[in-house]
Design a protein around this ligand. Sequence first.
Ligand code: SF4
Length: 414
Amino acid sequence: TDCGQAMFNDVGVIGVTRRTDDGTVERGFRVFIAGGLGTTPHPALALEDFTPRTELLPTIEACLRVFDQAGNRDNKLRARMKWLVDTLGFEEVQRRVLTQRKFLVASTSWPGGIPAEVQIDGDDPAGAGDPATVTAVGHGTPVTIGTGSAYERWERINVVRGVRDGTVSVYAQAHLGDITGDQFRALAALQRELDADVRLTNRQNVVFRGLHPDDLATVYDRLDAIGMARPGAELARDVVACPGSDTCNLAVTQSRGLGGAIGERLEEEGLADVGGLRINISGCPNSCGQHHASDIGFFGAERRAHGRSAPGYQMLLGGYVGQQQMHFGDKALRLPARNAPEATARVIRRFIDERQASEGFRDWMERAGGARAVAEGLKDLDEFPAYEDDPSFYVDFDETGPYTVETGASECAT
Ligand code: SF4
């Protein structure tokens, strides 16, 4: 499922296998380069079909060296591999990387082989034993939350079982990616007690890994006590938003406010438990909220209506990770911010009404005629009432005063 997001970063790595001439299966990697989001998204491209394990590190170092030699170091907005490919062309960047790798591997100072750390710790996958059905690349995991006690629902959705070594992983859901100081202290205490491995997910949750199944009841009670055991981590209710105008100098909208409003709307409509569907929001086109990469994406844009500024969003539909390449979401339509929750609910309702068994969002969307065709059913939402009739359309989510855009210098290169 490309949880590591290899297909839209400067250098990304996905584990793959190949069958050798003698019939054995060799594990290795496919290295992708020059991906990126932002206002000009580029899907990462595969450097070669298969990179053996012994060549992974020299390949990554060769990418860094080529970027160091030829990348744009003067303008931070262009300091990405995707702009190097834009300037030199993919074939030339690929040629330079593979040439650099040859020199690296041939140099007397290159240690070669597989790093000692990997040999000591091993690198067998914990999750994919022979009986396991591996999730296909490209879509969220289609799960059904179903009924049952709160614990049963949590266990069904927020717990992932590693097939090979019998360990379990648990998602602690952080609403809109927020964790309070008290929650952090409680998570740290739990981590120390269980000696667990902890990671942050790119959907803004916390995962405890390598747990024993007997620990689950304790973990549930402890997470429940701090409000982080809501079933549904990584389902539709688990909206991802960038900081937006809460804290970002470049923001034009309150992306977190919209994230909260969409989550509430889906709860009210009984749509929050839909699985296999991701919603991401950015407060401007720079895409820190990764709106290009999700099934339903929004980025903030200032609108003018009835002589006033108003918060608005561009809606994108159908972003997904393909087998070989990232496919970014297609533009559907622009909307007033206030109508984005209704648009989201309508699209999800239509998706669950029309989808065929195990059909993913993108496949359904294409069968429905594409993003523009789906947007036809939302056109009535692209209307701003006069300020006197409904002033809320001219105030952003989580704000109290009239909408204004005040941007400043950026800290990040996007
Ligand atoms: S620059 Fe990034 S964090 Fe800031 S509003 Fe835009 S997308 Fe969000």
